[in-house]
Write a protein that binds this ligand. Structure first.
Ligand code: GAL
Length: 822
């Protein structure tokens, strides 16, 4: 059916989704829970290896491989808009890269030489990387890869699924401009079947990416920084994002409501049978929809509604994030010609204006963090295992929710949140009703609505129009669109002022950025609207530092420093913890991120200092504040600062204990300095005259020792210890290596800055970091200075078998580890 024959709602939906293929899609995430022995008629090839990369040039045509050589750049189809788009182009001198790839990580840092303030700010925004309009030589990236397509693929529907490219890219196939995306964050699809050479080849995919302009005020990376899949399917197939599973909980069973699209991209009418079965996480079939039989005319796309029941469902929860898989089979003339797996969870969510958020009927306080999507060493090209590792660090702290600030998240991240039990607020980047912005938000919803982790659609953040009538108009339209695509979730918006007006009046659940103390009065005025802290905190701190030093851009890591608009951890959490009606809060931020250097916006500050953890995921002291109060059933005491203060003997040192034990006793070299009651959701402080030795905090509940923490004066740096996040990993995965400098008795050296070298057999170091917000050392290296004793390497494993990992440093004893790759 051509779009004009579709019912109104579907027609609008299809035409607004700029950048999607009308013909062809598959679900956002292929399930790993496929029943054994089932046919696999569709082939999905993840394009990770075999890519070549070169920088182009934003103004010099010759250095941009002829792109824009004359006004006929796009005049003739397939004639080769630029030399590099043609299959015959010789790319042997280009760099071999693996996708996901962020080319900005490898660029040098650029110190602005007395620029006007606005330009210096712009450079600071992305962490002083030499990219953008002032660096045309670094701002265009070209990628090429040969597509594995041959004679057997003739007549198939073939498309590419990009999960995110930063930004403004054109996708060429054999010289044809086949598609692209302006958005640097929204997933998009490119139909390429017509442009392929099925009998000879090679078939070359070229992507020109233009990162001259930004979309945010933070580091955004550059290039194909998320996965790309090549999909080959029968002409009659389920298009991308063509399945939607909703669950409604009843007593003892759940009803599943399913909508599945099937499209006929062939030339003849077809009788179709759609069979859909539900499998649990142990691959046992638990339910099936009634078979749907229907006829599809050439070009027709049909949405099939179905429903079924699952008895005694295992609900998706934070503690037991159990997942189901729907297997949808398209059967023509008795043959399964397409098969798609959709992972979903059975759970209910609800926001209540008086009692906060409910998951499966039980109240859950949202213990959240906001995060951008970059990590030390690798920038925005975060490998899958590192996404999961980052989620695990926050889970361990007791966090149960993540806000993807301020853009749609990678599918891999949503998948990790699904599997690990982390709730997610999914957020759009462009807050507008232009076709481009609508396309972005709709693609976000379509790609992510089967993920049980997603609890809210965030339409935007602190837009200049947030408190205006125009803002209300735009967001009312966005909220309505989103609700049409997903009636199961509500909309939200993160506002930092004017909550009573504008957007605040049109979204379901209202977010407060900072100003947590204003929520109470707002709730009094609008008692029927659920509220939460969409950005809370935020303490700025440099890991392992305990004195403010503006000259070195260092901020002490006690919970005392924050920008004027923000607050400490203790200030916001004591407000939210005590009020049931506030659904929770999202700390700005879980991890430090590149760019937006705060509180010091000048070179060489290249990252923010808002994080509870630094850019490597090493915890700062506030981590233990949250860990204490977000996991109150796990007794904890944490002492700060370190106890290496040579030269300050006899002088008072400010000592804090975070923790959740009822009482904490402090001892210096075995002598008690007193026992104090720990006030709920707060911390304890002492002034302790410095003497070398052992400072110990002992936590008591009901008079019994339940937790301890020790800081000991360490001697000279003697060795470097190595830790790896897991002992078994898959070939192709990354593992996270953390190195720590210690003295001869294994005690941490809290200020060590030794240069550490990482070596790997059967793998490679793909990035290094140390969490220092003021470090301009290269990320793509095998060595890094420790920062306050710690450094990190991200290692990609080559093949199955043993993997030997080692760290060394001049004058220190090194360490080795062996892990096994499967
Ligand atoms: C907020 C904004 C965030 C970040 C933060 C820094 O206003 O939404 O993206 O800039 O301030 O405090």
């Amino acid at each position: 059916m051509p779009p004009s024959d579709l019912p109104l709602q579907r027609r609008e939906f299809i035409s607004a989704v700029a950048g999607t293929c009308l013909i062809a899609h598959r679900p956002a995430f292929a399930s790993t829970a496929a029943p054994d022995g089932a046919p696999q008629p569709r082939r999905v090839t993840r394009l990770e290896t075999g890519w070549k990369f070169s920088l182009g040039h934003a103004v010099d045509v010759e250095r941009d491989f002829g792109f824009g050589r004359d006004q006929r750049t796009f005049a003739k189809a397939g004639a080769g808009t630029a030399d590099a788009t043609l299959a015959k182009f010789d790319d042997r001198v280009w760099q071999s890269v693996r996708v996901p790839h962020d080319w900005a990580v490898a660029l040098p840092f650029a110190e602005p030489k007395s620029p006007p303030k606005d330009r210096a700010d712009a450079m600071a925004a992305h962490g002083f990387k030499a990219i953008g309009r002032d660096f045309p030589q670094n701002s265009i990236g070209w990628y090429r890869v040969t597509l594995p397509v041959g004679p057997a693929d003739k007549g198939q529907s073939i498309w590419l699924e990009f999960d995110g490219v930063f930004r403004d890219c054109i996708v060429f196939v054999n010289g044809y401009a086949a598609g692209g995306s302006a958005s640097g964050y929204a997933p998009f699809c490119v139909d390429i079947a017509d442009f392929l050479d099925y009998d000879g080849g090679p078939n070359v995919l070229t992507v020109r990416v233009d990162a001259s302009l930004g979309e945010g005020w933070f580091y955004e990376g550059a290039g194909i920084y998320r996965h790309v899949d090549l999909v080959r399917a029968a002409p009659v197939h389920i298009p991308q994002w063509g399945t939607f599973v909703r669950s409604e909980l009843g007593s003892g069973r759940a009803q599943l409501l399913v909508t599945t699209d099937v499209v006929n991209d062939g030339a003849a009418p077809v009788e179709v049978l759609l069979r859909q079965q539900m499998f649990d996480s142990r691959k046992r079939i638990v339910a099936e929809c009634e078979d749907a039989r229907f006829t599809l005319a050439p070009g027709q796309r049909s949405a099939q509604d179905g429903s079924t029941f699952v008895d005694a469902p295992s609900l998706w929860s934070l503690e037991n994030p159990d997942l189901y898989t729907m297997v949808s089979e398209v059967i023509v003339a008795g043959q399964v010609i397409d098969r798609v797996e959709t992972r979903f969870g059975i759970r209910s969510i609800r926001f209540d204006a008086e009692r906060g958020f409910f998951l499966n009927g039980k109240p859950v306080k949202l213990l959240g963090t906001c995060n951008h999507h970059d990590h030390a060493g690798v920038g925005t090209a975060i490998p899958d295992a590192l996404h999961a590792w980052r989620v695990a660090q926050l889970k361990e702290m007791g966090s149960n929710a993540w806000r993807s600030a301020h853009n749609p998240a990678a599918q891999v991240l949503l998948d990790a949140c699904d599997s690990m039990g982390m709730l997610m607020i999914a957020e759009a980047r462009q807050n507008s009703t232009s076709d481009e912005a609508l396309g972005e938000i709709e693609r976000m919803v379509l790609s992510s609505r089967n993920h049980p982790c997603v609890i809210l659609w965030s339409l935007g953040n602190e837009e200049p129009h947030q408190a205006t009538e125009r803002g209300a108009r735009i967001n009312a339209e966005l909220a309505a669109r989103v609700k049409r695509l997903d009636p199961t979730r509500q909309s939200t918006f993160a506002m930092d002022q004017g909550w009573d007006t504008g957007v605040g009046r049109v979204v379901d659940v209202l977010g407060f950025n900072y100003r947590t103390d204003k929520i109470e009065a707002y709730h009094g005025r609008h008692p029927d609207q659920p509220v939460y802290g969409s950005e809370t905190g935020s303490t700025v701190a440099t890991r392992g530092e305990y004195t403010n030093d503006p000259a070195r851009h260092i901020v002490r890591a006690y919970d005392t420093e924050h920008p004027w608009w923000a607050s400490t951890a203790e200030e916001w959490w004591t407000i939210v913890a005590e009020r049931t009606y506030i659904a929770g809060g999202f700390v700005w931020t879980g991890f430090d991120y590149r760019g937006e250097p705060t509180p010091y916006a000048a070179f060489p500050s290249v990252s923010s200092q808002f994080g509870i953890l630094d850019t490597c995921g090493f915890p700062k002291d506030n981590y233990y504040y949250y860990r204490a109060w977000w996991r109150p059933d796990q007794p904890l005491v944490h002492l700060l600062p370190h106890w290496n203060w040579a030269g300050r003997e006899g002088q008072p040192i400010e000592v804090w204990a975070h923790g959740n034990a009822e009482e904490v006793e402090l001892k210096l070299n075995g002598r008690s300095l007193g026992r104090k009651g720990m006030p709920r959701n707060r911390h304890l402080e002492w002034q302790v005259p410095y003497a070398t030795g052992r400072l110990e905090a002992i936590g008591y509940n009901g008079g019994r020792v339940v937790a301890r923490d020790v800081r000991e004066t360490s001697g000279l740096a003697h060795a470097v210890k190595l830790k790896v996040d897991r002992r078994m990993a898959k070939a192709g995965d990354v593992v996270i290596l953390n190195a720590e400098v210690v003295d001869s008795r294994g005690r941490p050296m809290p200020t060590a800055d030794n240069l550490l070298r990482f070596t790997v057999a059967n793998g490679e170091v793909i990035g290094v970091g140390n969490g220092n917000p003021n470090s301009v050392e290269p990320d793509l290296a095998t060595e890094r200075r420790a920062f306050n004793g710690l450094a990190q390497a991200i290692v990609r494993i080559n093949r199955s078998g043993p993997v030997n990992l080692a760290v060394s440093s001049a004058g220190l004893a090194g360490s080795r580890l062996r892990i096994v790759a499967l």
